[in-house]
Design a protein around this ligand. Sequence first.
Ligand code: G3H
Length: 478
Amino acid sequence: YGDVFKYYADGEWKKSSSGQSVAIINPTTRKPQYKVQACTKEEVNKAMERAKFAQKSWARTPLWKRGELLHKAAAILKEHKSPIGECLVKEIAKPAKDAFTEVVRSGDLVSYCAEEGVRILGDGKLLVSDSFPGNDRSKYCLTSKIPLGVVLAIPPYNYPVNLAVSKIAPALIAGNSLVLKPPTQGAVSCLHMVHCFHLAGFPKGLISCITGKGSQIGDFLTTHPDVDCISFTGGDTGIAIAKKAGMIPLQMELGGKDACIILEDADLNLVAENIIKGGFSYSGQRCTAVKVIFAMESIADALVEKVNARVAKLTVGPPEKNCDITPVVSEASANFIEGLIMDAKDKGAKFCQEHKREGNLIWPLLLDHVTPDMRIAREEPFGPVVPVIRIKSIEEGIHHCNSSKYGLQGCVFTKDINKAMLISDAMETGTVQINSAPARGPDHFPFQGFKDSGIGSQGITNSINMMTKTKSTVINLP
Ligand code: G3H
């Protein structure tokens, strides 16, 4: 992999005129694994210009044909599961089995999107004027959904393929063109995925994938006058993007501090399983990971014991060996996580396991008796560490949950559906899961964050709708 991967624009693979590249560091070896082109602002301009041009005829391409091409891309994507999955393993240290699952899930998402798009975009509306006071039946309003234009998609490192296609597929089925700016870690996986769309035969210029440093072309892209919509998933950068973006629709999924409230009557085995899955899968590097547990005092000891027994069984090591816990994405991230752990230690949290770190690999850790003054109680570690805060009442749990600046998802474990519904109503989060850990999928479910967790709602149907605008034609009878 000494060569620099080319970027994709105007239906071709190109070298950047900058002559510069960006290195992708393998989180496991901590050595450069791949290099991608560091694109220039001129190259961004060119891609935007081509995207604008290509979109015009794409919007006039019959909907069923757009769907057909997406189905083709989905099938090719699934056929390329192995090379793309292997890239994910090297670039973001995702355990091999999860990496392959990400690609298959992405293919399914693209297919579903094609079907959903054909259904919902083919469905227009007719309004007749006489339902509004003072009007006779002389005006007929036909409304349809038309594309926005050029959609800029910026996915994060933790799902570079899946969270890219969750933006690309709705944009394309709705008749938009697409400029993709992949994350640095995950850029090569994104380029492979874009190759699948290339093989499917989409028109030239309709899709481009611009690689480079966010510090050099990030602002230029997000404030570009030709961009008609931004779909971003990532951290606080999204807030800065939203402040600078013009009058265009934004879809932002940012951080989360997903809380898990556990009542006395909960099935503790089920809870423990979900804390392991929700808190430690992909080493906690999911926006929807369980990031804080609020356990009723009376069941906390028993729960902690059950979780600890399962933490002891987690395998720790390289992603190639399919370990449960793999190195976190970067040294900076590992340092940040360790900072949170040390702060909790200084402030008296109880360590249920020994804290251990080798390079970017951090062993899974459950912290008990965490108090709200500890950073880990409020901040998002994006790592394999889960804090437990003991609560005396449901109200206390809801109060802690709602005092977070985030509001992505939350979950509640209880056998009492009435209490679960009341808690769901009270929690200020985009989604509340009853008796399961937070999760975005299935991918056609609405997915949204409140407060600093984002704006707009995702999920296939919502994304397609969000990437369109309403157009009316009124027929006036004499
Ligand atoms: O990291 C953010 C993702 O949207 C979470 O997706 O719940 O499928 O892991 P997930």
